[in-house]
Structures are given as C-alpha cells and as structure tokens.
Design a protein around this ligand. Structure first.
Ligand SMILES: [Ca+2]
Ligand SMILES: [Ca+2]
Length: 347
C-alpha cells in the first residue's frame, strides 16, 4: 500500500509543468492547509466555460493541529476558473484571484485571530479532474499564491484537492454538471523537484517572484533572464565567465525553491555562492582559485537541479496529508522548517 502511495505521489509531483492536464495532478496538500467541508458546491457552465466552486472554510491546519474557523466567524473558499469544453484550463484567462480564501484564524485559542480577512488569493496554473464512474468525483489544481494574510506562511505554489459527492460529472465538459465539494488547500512546499535554468528561462509564467537577490544585489526580471541566458545582468556576452554561470544556477535554484523544491540539501552551496559572488562580482570572469571554487559550487547546483524528479525521499513526510485531505486527518510533517523561513533562508 505504501509503495503504491509513494508512486502516486511521485507521479503527481512530477507533472508540475504548469500546463492544463486532463487527469488528476495529485498535489500533496499541506500542512499548513485550509480544509473545507461537504457543504461546498461546484458547478461547471459549459457555455461560459467556467468552473466554479464555493465552500465553507472549516479549519486552518498546521503542525499543531486544526484551528477551527467557524467559532470566530465565517470562512469562505471561492474558486472560479476558465475551463474549456475539453476540460483543459484556459491558461491565458486565469487571474490573480482565481482562488480567494477568507476567514479568521486563531492559532492559540484566545479567540483573537492571528490572521483574518482575505487569507489567500491565488492564480491557478494547472487543473486536474477525474470522473470515477460514480457520483463521487475528484478535482485538483496547482496554484501560485498572489496575496492574502497567509501568503507569508504559504508562499509560492500551493495545491488544491477536493472530492465532489452527489456529482453529475461524467467526464464530459460539453455539458453542465454540478456536485458538492470537500477537501483542502495547502502548501506543496518540500516536494524535492528542482528545475533547470533552461526550464526557468522558457517558463517565466511559473516564476513566483520577479526579482531576486544574487550575491548581495537585487536583480529585476530582465536582469535575471539575462543571467539565465548566460549573459551578464546588463546583457553582455559572458559564455566563459564562471561568475555568470554560477549566478545562472543560483537564480534557477532560488526560483525552484520558491516554487516548492526542497531547499534542505542545497542551502550551503547557495549561501557559499552568494558570498563568493558578493566578493568577486557577477561578470568578473574569475581565474585561479576563485574560478575553481565557483565551478565547484555551480556543479553542485547543476547536480541538484538535474536530480531525477522521483521525489520519493520527500514523499513520506506528506503521504498522510495527500491520502487524507480532511482537517482531522492532516498531520504534521517531520520537516520543521516552515516555508516562509526556508524562503528567507534561501535569499
Ligand atoms: Ca489568537
Ligand atoms: Ca462521475
């Protein structure tokens, strides 16, 4: 059973390419996560090509357990996404508020919310669905967080997974269907899949930031794109410059971590690379020991980013959350580094 689950999880994590997908994506959702219960409803309008899901947010679930929302106020989950008559996400029509989650979250039980109002807004980057052949069907999505008071706790990519009971969906997106909705929205941090400079330069839509600090200097989108193309930040050719090559791989590594890759094994080379570049400068064309050291660090990042995306090592920590998305069954992962902290560490 466990082996099969690992295989399912690995498969889900390895299709994070940001494209529409007719099958389930199987994101491993949280914690931290927000659960919603079976009072939720979904509706697909085949003429408007709009998939809508509304639910009552039940609890915020973190490593300490479930913090119920309803005693303090009303929690809401609202998803509206463009889905065509083949069931594919209409990528150019998504917005920064495809998903809006609101409500009060009280972490310490003193009835004073630590988070309130709009908790999360997010843009959907991939949508999955499965007609099970019964009246209990499944849907999921990958999203990029765009705002909300929990954005710092769930940075980068998040996953949404839910089951629809009383479902009239039969796999056909040329007709309207509807049903209930229950599931969870949560961090998919820590899935362990790095992506190469080549991927990032060809998929700017997957960037979750538009500026990054490399070697103590903050660069904008155009400058980062130059680095990914082995150019200096201001666009000068630098094919043999090891400082530029190192910066290129630091950019790809940081983008990967922000998008959900596990940073734990790569923090040291990133920090050392940043320190070296702060000292010698990007575009300095280092020689001697500086060249050798830069090449060593670049090699470590290259290896990390090209690891096979089997994700198995990191899947165990998330298996329970993946298999059981309800609030009461989400359990703490063993990794104690919260996403927000890892994001800060990576800078
Ligand atoms: Ca409180
Ligand atoms: Ca069905």
């Amino acid at each position: 059973m466990k082996t099969r689950l690992v295989a399912i999880v690995a498969l889900g994590l390895c299709v994070m390419a940001g494209t529409a997908n007719a099958q389930l994506l199987n994101p491993v959702v949280g914690p931290p996560a927000i659960s919603f219960d079976n009072s939720g409803t979904l509706h697909y309008d085949a003429v408007a090509q709009t998939f809508t899901m509304n639910a009552t947010a039940l609890a915020y679930v973190d490593g300490n357990g479930a913090h119920l929302i309803q005693p303090l106020g009303i929690g809401t989950v609202a998803l509206v996404i463009p889905v065509d008559n083949t069931g594919a996400l209409i990528a150019g029509s998504t917005t920064s508020v495809d998903l809006v989650v609101s409500g009060p979250v009280d972490l310490d039980g003193d009835t004073i919310p630590e988070y309130s109002g709009v908790l999360l807004t997010a843009r959907v980057t991939a949508f999955g669905h499965e007609d099970t052949g019964t009246t209990s069907d499944k849907y999921d999505a990958l999203l990029v967080v765009t705002g909300g008071s929990l954005a710092g706790v769930m940075p980068g990519k998040i996953g949404l997974s839910f089951t629809s009971e009383n479902s009239t969906f039969t796999g056909d997106f040329t007709a309207d269907f509807h049903g209930r909705a229950k599931g969870a929205i949560g961090s998919i941090f820590g899935n362990g899949c790095g992506l190469t400079p080549g991927y990032w330069k060809n998929h700017p839509e997957d960037w979750v930031v538009t500026s990054l600090n490399v070697g103590g200097v903050t660069y904008n989108f155009d400058q980062l794109m130059n680095l990914l193309n082995t150019l200096t930040p201001d666009g000068q050719k630098a094919a043999n410059d090891m400082s530029v090559k190192l910066a290129k791989f630091i950019v790809a590594t940081k983008l990967s971590i922000l998008a959900g890759a596990d940073p734990l094994d790569i923090e040291e080379p990133v920090l050392a690379g940043d320190a070296l570049l702060a000292e010698i400068g990007i575009g300095s064309n280092p020689k001697g020991d500086d060249y050798t050291y830069a090449a060593l660090l670049k090699g470590a990042l290259d290896t990390y980013l090209n690891l096979p995306c089997d994700c198995e090592e990191d899947s165990d920590d998330y298996l329970q959350g993946a298999a059981l998305p309800a609030a009461t069954t989400l359990s703490a992962k063993t990794n104690s580094v919260p996403p927000g902290q890892a994001k800060k560490n990576a800078k």
